[in-house]
Design a protein. Structure first.
Length: 219
């Protein structure tokens, strides 16, 4: 069936293009051993985020939604020697697994996990400037996260929001689900705010049918 085909094609690309990655494999194993939900980005999406951060030559990355640190590690690997990534996680159990994974990946000097509800920890970042922001936490709060992301962005910053398609539900204007509504409000804000120029892309793969929004903060 179609879902199996998407999985097979994802597997084809990841085994061809980034086959040997014991560190990333170990992260996924540790997450599964700790019973974390398997809602991290897929290997191809992780590598894609990594390449986007490299394209941008990002030096200061902010991530909202850490889980076990899988996407954090992909992103932090794109950083230069003096680069830094701050990642925000609500669940202390997730944060603990992430910190262990980050240490095992040798990235503990480059990544800081801030534990708490992101809307409580984001104010502590006031005054800092990020050039790459990845939003991947509780979707009902997406519009708030976008407002913070814009506030904490350098001119030219890249802002990415994950899971904006939700198997197509995003296009249903009457949808009642809080996550779908959060994503719709996020898209409306992207459309209205003159500071950012954006688009969204649908994706299929091992994580199903979804997609991401990408915006660039104007100079
Ligand atoms: N970015 C991760 C990856 O790809 O490896 C996946 C993140 S997962 C989809 C979403 C995470 O956001 C979960 O670990 C969840 O506990 C966290 N989260 C939920 N509500 C939050 C909040 N209010 N503040 C910060 N994190 C939150």
């Amino acid at each position: 069936n179609q879902t199996e085909l998407w999985k097979d094609v994802d597997h084809y690309f990841s085994t061809k293009l980034h086959p040997e990655d014991p560190i990333m494999d170990a992260v996924l194993k540790a997450n599964s051993d700790a019973n974390l939900p398997a809602i991290d980005v897929s290997p191809n999406q992780g590598k894609f985020l990594h390449l986007l951060a490299k394209l941008k030559r990002a030096k200061n990355i902010l991530e909202i939604g850490t889980l076990g640190g899988y996407s954090s590690i992909w992103l932090a690997r794109a950083l230069p020697e003096d680069g830094y990534l701050t990642t925000l996680e609500y669940d202390p159990r997730h944060a603990k697994v992430a910190e262990e994974n980050i240490r095992n990946a040798g990235l503990e000097k480059k990544i800081n996990v801030l534990v708490g509800a992101a809307l409580d920890t984001l104010p502590s970042l006031k005054g800092k400037e990020f050039d790459f922001i990845f939003i991947d936490a509780d979707k009902p709060n997406n519009p708030h996260y976008l407002k913070w992301a814009l506030e904490l962005s350098k001119p030219g910053a890249v802002i990415i929001g994950d899971n904006v398609v939700r198997e197509g539900q995003v296009a249903d204007e009457n949808h009642k689900d809080a996550s779908v509504k959060g994503v719709q409000q996020f898209i409306d804000l992207l459309a209205e705010d003159p500071r950012i120029d954006s688009t969204a892309i649908q994706t299929v793969g091992s994580k199903g049918y979804d997609g991401f929004a990408l915006g660039i903060v104007k100079d």
